[in-house]
Every structure is written in C-alpha cells, then in structure tokens.
Design a protein around this ligand. Sequence first.
Ligand SMILES: Cc1cc2nc3c(=O)[nH]c(=O)nc-3n(C[C@H](O)[C@H](O)[C@H](O)COP(=O)(O)O)c2cc1C
Length: 319
Amino acid sequence: MEERKWPGPPGMIPEPDRNAADANLHNRRYLDQLLVEMNVIDAVEADLTMHLFGKTFASPIMMPAFSHLNKVGISGRTPMQEYAEAAKEMNLVNWVGMEPDEEYESIASIGAETVRIIKPFADHEKIISEIRFAKEHGALAVGVDIDHVFGKNGKYDIVDGIPLGPVMSEDLKAYVKEAGDTPFIAKGVLSVSDAMKCEEAGCAGIFISHHHGRLPFGIPPAIALQEIRKAMPATRMCLFADCGIDNGYDAFKLLALGADAVSVGRGILPGLLKEGKEGVIKKVTRMNEELKELMGYTGASSLEEMNAAVLLDSSTYLR
Ligand SMILES: Cc1cc2nc3c(=O)[nH]c(=O)nc-3n(C[C@H](O)[C@H](O)[C@H](O)COP(=O)(O)O)c2cc1C
C-alpha cells in the first residue's frame, strides 16, 4: 500500500492514526473551523508592535518554551540557542523550558528578552533557586509549567530522573513572592478555576495551554481563553496562549479571542532543526505577514483593536 503522507500542520493527526484522546486533534479542528469576516473600508496596514512587562516587541508571536533540544546544530550552537538568536534579531519574546542553570545561562547570554519556565519539581528549594538564578540573569519573567505534574501512569512525573510534585495555591504564592519585581507566570492553565487561583496567588500572567496535548481530551486553549476572558473581564494578568499555532492565521484567531500574545510551538521545529536561526526567522517572518494580512482585512490596525466579533464559529454558523 502507498505510504500516506500528511501535509497538515503540527497537531493534525492523519485519520488512520488518530486517537480521540489527543487534545492536539481537537485543537486543530477548533482553530480551523473559526472563520473571519471582512471590515476593509477605512482599513490600513496593521502594526504588530506589542508592549509587555515594560518592554516593546516587534510582534505578539513569541518563541516556545522548549527544552531537551541539546543536539548541537549547524553553527555549533544548540537549537535552544539558535531560536534565542532568532528572537534577539527579530525582537521577539524568547521562552525557555526545563534547562539546568548553566544551559539557561548560555541561552540568556544571547541577549533576547527571555522568560524562564521551571518544572514543578517536588523539591521546592530547587524551584526557588532556579527563580533566583533567572532573576540574576535578567529574565523578563519566570514561571512554572503547572500542567506537568502527572505522568502517563497517573503518578507524579519524573523528568531526567528529577521527581515532580503537586502545585498548591500556597506554592504559587511563594513563587510569586520569590519572583518579587520579576513577573511570575503559571504555564498550562485550561480552566477558569485555575485562572482564578493564579490571580489570587498574584501571578502576572497565565499561559493558556495543554502543553501539546499533555491532558488527554484537553479542551482547545482557544475555548479556555474565551471562558477566562468572560469570567474575569477585569483581570490584571496577561493571557498568553499556544498549542498548534503554526501560521499567522492561527495566531490571529487566538489574539482576536483575547490573548495578549501567543507562542508558536512545534511549528518552528522543521526550520529550526534544518536551518537553525535562519529557519526560525523565515517561519516567523511569514507568520507575521499572515497575521498582518488578517488584521488588515478585519480593520485592526493595532493589537489593541483586535476583537472576537470578527470571528464566526462554523461548527454552528451562529453569531
Ligand atoms: C521538545 C519540546 C520540549 C518542551 N519542553 C517544555 C518545557 O520544558 N516546559 C514547558 O512549559 N513546555 C515545554 N514544551 C511545550 C511547549 O512550550 C508548548 O506549550 C507546546 O509545544 C505547544 O504546542 P504545539 O507544539 O502544538 O504548538 C515543550 C515542547 C516540545 C515540543
């Protein structure tokens, strides 16, 4: 039988291989069925400038919080360093996932504005120590990926031999306190209830995400985002979102639904692994163009002018 090749974006599973519990599948379907209306009269070219935590960036499309990409790439730098270089050159927010201090330092020293995401280690002193290290190395923000508590066996996960543990509201408060003036972000929020606990703990932001499908049957982050915006209209937290964002149109939809910024995820991997920094720059440049295109056609000349009224959920065709 002829081998079946799947041309779709990351997250889209070929029909024969699909697993209904895979949150990536439902996420892709949801994003793809959102349609866009046009408001072109009086529309002008869009400006993608984003302001975050007192800094100005060229686009609301950010790098992903990746980890474990330690292979040395074409230029002698690791893929983590390569995408940090791309972030620096393009003036984008850079995110870094689980990395030992010395690797985090080598990435931070590239000079991109970087957010360090730390695993929910069972050893809370390790989290506190990594928060301090990130602060000492000028992190734009720090955070914990609170959605990585359990493994596939239902027990607390173990990553690289290091045990992870539960995240209690009191723990979040302690991390926020340790972060001090540096914004603290909870990554991996997928409900109003968790969002409210994060606000109560003093988080500066939440990352609405299921971490490329960690949660079986996880709801699309785009839906959680809408519910959180509706339930918490006056929240002072920044709302970030990711999962399956592979082009500027996906980014547009999340931003229109109320995200302050979004991260591309595995969508950068092919270019990153093949061409390093240049591959990432090509990918995000094209994403920025697509985002600008839809902002232009929907009459949003800046991020502040984006809104969900231009979207139609085609699963119902109801406004
Ligand atoms: C190789 C790899 C490593 C990752 N490591 C981390 C991590 O250490 N911490 C974290 O919060 N998220 C991590 N993520 C999840 C991403 O930050 C992001 O939430 C996810 O990839 C988004 O989904 P997408 O790839 O479908 O766009 C990782 C993802 C990948 C692919």
